[in-house]
Design a protein around this ligand. Structure first.
Ligand SMILES: NC(=O)c1ccc[n+]([C@@H]2O[C@H](COP(=O)([O-])OP(=O)(O)OC[C@H]3O[C@@H](n4cnc5c(N)ncnc54)[C@H](O)[C@@H]3O)[C@@H](O)[C@H]2O)c1
Length: 458
């Protein structure tokens, strides 16, 4: 099929590349003036047109739909009556936006070529995206499910056929990303526009709540002397709960969870409903980001004049995305309290510097450079590079060897024996009946423990 993708950000680029890989002919369009001009001149011959533009939050939490609106209007201005086309919304949008897209495409048609209005045929669909930054291609080629929302058969049939190579897993796997033996078919959820839109919000808010739950339990673990990693392994083995997204840490971030919860809360408000669990998910996460500051205050008492090193800035590893990254709030708060902030991130420093010019962070060339003569270090993002750090060397070059491990990346006993004054999130400081990491969990469920540690913040 011929496909156009409008918006070539994190989602649009991967969608375009993967659909091209499956054998479709794909054009990608962005705000680039030349490309938009082409679109407006009607050089859009596609059967399927994806909208993958940003839907950032406004101040009141409502999704800003201005990019979506302008994309939908330009589609209307560009399509002709030659054949039936499908406009697919991949951006995360509030429930009801499928109807809005249809209205805007019609308005675009009416403005650009009113005489053809009756002859132009198109359908509107919702196809929410579930990819994770950092493993976006793998998530796109081997997804857990594909969700399609549409109101009529012709639209649904075209999208089923577009995605057939994925649902049947009939394409040749790329050599750099082999297919797992268990991956034989991908379930397709065919539903209405409204349900598809709701599925995306429900999935993201559930994941955010799950992490928030792990954080809340971790905070309780600290108080009663239990170990959050072992508690989460213990509950994650229950198949009704599942082991993933139970990592305690300094809270989730990124462009989706906060924005989507706020947007769903806004929708709830429009219908006069108070979504208490969603409110709590936001509040718990907001508070969790401050836990690091409290831990630093407990160790150093005064933060004014101290130098704190942040290891990692991106909201999670393997991306340079700084949207709603916990590192930003932590750095801001530390600076407010009079501390000097040094930071190192393998990838996200240019993005952080460009997007936050007012933030007085001293950017460093390595983790060691960042912690050099620092009074404390905070592990903010669990980059692989940080797993391999020589902790004894770290302890040696620091002014005070205080390490707050905001992602529970290190084994407390290993860190302590390397000379660090180590604090994790929800880790027990009680002496164990047998030393090392050989408690019940590690002995019997080594794989689950690894899964828990691998999962990251989003
Ligand atoms: N990033 C993720 O991991 C992720 C995952 C699932 C869903 N989503 C959702 O997908 C959508 C896109 O997210 P993203 O992270 O790719 O955003 P992004 O900001 O990286 O990309 C959006 C792109 O759209 C372009 N754009 C905006 N208006 C346009 C227009 N009228 N015409 C052409 N191009 C236009 C922008 O220039 C930008 O390049 C959002 O709704 C987001 O919530 C994102």
């Amino acid at each position: 099929m011929r496909v156009t993708v409008i918006g070539t950000g994190y989602v649009g680029t991967v969608t375009g590349a993967c659909l091209a890989y499956l054998g479709h002919r794909v054009s990608c369009v962005d705000m680039d003036a030349d490309k938009i001009a082409k679109l407006k001149r009607g050089e859009m011959e596609s059967d399927v047109i994806f909208i993958a533009v940003g839907t950032p939050p406004r101040r009141n939490g409502e999704a800003n739909l201005s990019y979506l609106e302008s994309a939908a209007r330009s589609i209307g201005a560009a399509i002709d009556s030659e054949r039936f086309r499908v406009v697919v919304n991949k951006s995360t949008v509030p429930v009801g936006c499928g109807n809005l897209v249809e209205t805007l495409v019609r308005e675009g048609i009416r403005e650009a070529h009113p005489k053809e209005e009756r002859r132009i045929r198109f359908g509107v669909a919702s196809n929410p995206e579930f990819l994770r930054e950092g493993c976006a291609i793998s998530d796109s080629l081997y997804p857990d499910r594909i969700v399609l929302g549409a109101e009529e058969d012709q639209t649904m049939d075209m999208l089923r056929s577009l995605y057939e190579p994925l649902t049947r897993q009939s394409f040749d796997a790329p050599s750099f990303l082999p297919r797992a033996v268990s991956m034989t078919r991908v379930p397709l959820v065919a539903t209405t526009l409204t349900s598809a839109e709701m599925i995306k919000y429900a999935a993201n808010t559930f994941l955010a709540m799950k992490i928030g739950f792990a954080n809340e339990v971790a905070n309780l673990c600290e108080r009663v002397g239990a170990d959050a990693i072992e508690v989460m392994a213990g509950i994650g083995l229950d198949s009704r709960i599942g082991a993933r997204f139970l990592n305690a840490g300094l809270g989730w971030g990124g462009s989706c969870f906060g924005k989507d919860i706020q947007s769903l809360l806004h929708t709830a408000e429009e219908y006069g409903y108070q979504a208490r669990l969603l409110e709590a998910a936001l509040a718990v996460n907001r508070a969790q980001r401050q836990v690091v500051i409290q831990k630093l205050q407990e160790k150093l008492f005064i933060l004014k004049g101290r130098t704190i090193a942040l290891l990692g800035l991106a909201f999670k590893p393997d991306t340079d995305d700084m949207r709603d990254a916990p590192s930003l709030q932590i750095a801001e708060r530390l600076i407010q309290l009079g501390a000097r902030v040094k930071a190192y991130d393998p990838v996200a420093m240019p993005a952080c510097r460009a997007q936050n010019p007012e933030l007085k962070i001293q950017y460093c060339s390595s983790a060691l450079d960042a912690v050099y003569e620092a009074d404390a270090a905070v592990l903010v993002t669990e980059w692989d590079e940080f797993r391999k750090l020589d902790l004894a060397q770290l302890a040696c070059v620091m002014q005070q060897p205080v390490l707050v491990d905001g992602r529970n990346l290190y084994d407390p006993e290993t860190a302590r024996s390397a000379g660090l004054d180590y604090t994790g999130i929800g880790r027990s400081t009680r002496p164990r009946f047998n030393s090392g990491r050989s408690g019940h969990v590690a002995e019997t469920t080594a794989d689950s423990t690894v899964t828990l540690l691998d999962e990251g913040s989003k």
